[in-house]
Ligand binder design. Structure first.
Ligand code: HEM
Ligand code: HEM
Length: 171
């Protein structure tokens, strides 16, 4: 049963999921262009090289892995809740961090879905949405990571530590 009071931190599974998704998303952002050659070739009706197909498959499988982990993660988030914002945080800081979390949650669902529609159904508009996701994600991941470092080193709150050290909970 989900507890009615706010948790003091995240479970080990939630922390594992956060960092696994973070690593995969950053990999996808850095190497995302690896799928473009094969995708363009399929859309033109030409045969991509074996290497381009191999690179594209890595992007597709890792992106699907993000989606699966995101479903697991959102289920735990709904069940366990999240710890409250650190005491003393201003209303504007709370708003920015909430907005960044919302955009990041949306991205870990919408990026695989738009990419999947572009790749499997050949819908060009979905590919365009997917491409817009790249700068949006870069901006919000940067903002989010800087916010976490600010909390740790300047505001000296427990926000970064609680995404590293689990509270006692089975899932
Ligand atoms: C969180 C998951 C994902 C992220 C962060 C991501 C990120 C990216 C990035 C950065 C690009 C390069 C955009 C560019 O510079 O042109 C790209 C392209 C692409 N990705 Fe993904 N991707 C993800 C998941 C997927 C999945 C699951 C699929 C397919 C099943 C997919 C299919 C594609 C396709 C088809 C392109 C080429 C789009 C185009 O050129 O119009 N992606 N992705
Ligand atoms: C790369 C550097 C990253 C750092 C240093 C970092 C750090 C953190 C920290 C410290 C928290 C806890 C915030 C709190 O308890 O109030 C957090 C939460 C969160 N992170 Fe990250 N993160 C990173 C990357 C990412 C990425 C790439 C994503 C997804 C695309 C992501 C999505 C989230 C979300 C959605 C939450 C909110 C969790 C909740 O519902 O409470 N993070 N992150």
């Amino acid at each position: 049963m989900a507890s009615k009071t706010l948790p003091t931190g995240y479970s080990g599974t939630q922390i594992f999921l956060h960092w696994a998704i973070a690593a995969l998303v950053i990999f996808q952002l850095v190497f995302g262009e690896d799928i473009v050659e094969a995708y363009r070739a399929f859309r033109r009706g030409t045969q991509p090289t074996d290497e381009a197909v191999f690179d594209a498959n890595i992007h597709v499988y890792l992106g699907i892995a993000v989606f699966v982990l995101a479903v697991w993660r959102i289920a735990l988030r709904l069940k366990n809740g999240a710890p409250p914002a650190p005491a003393g945080e201003s209303a504007i800081q709370k708003l920015i961090s909430k907005l960044a979390h919302l955009v990041l949650y949306l991205a870990i669902f919408l990026m695989p879905i738009s990419g999947g529609i572009a790749w499997f159904a050949g819908v060009g508009a979905a590919g365009e949405v997917h491409e817009i996701g790249k700068p949006v994600l870069i901006i919000f991941v940067t903002l989010h990571a800087l916010g976490a470092l600010y909390q740790h080193f300047v505001a000296r709150s427990d926000v970064l530590v609680r995404m590293l050290k689990p509270v006692r909970r089975s899932v």
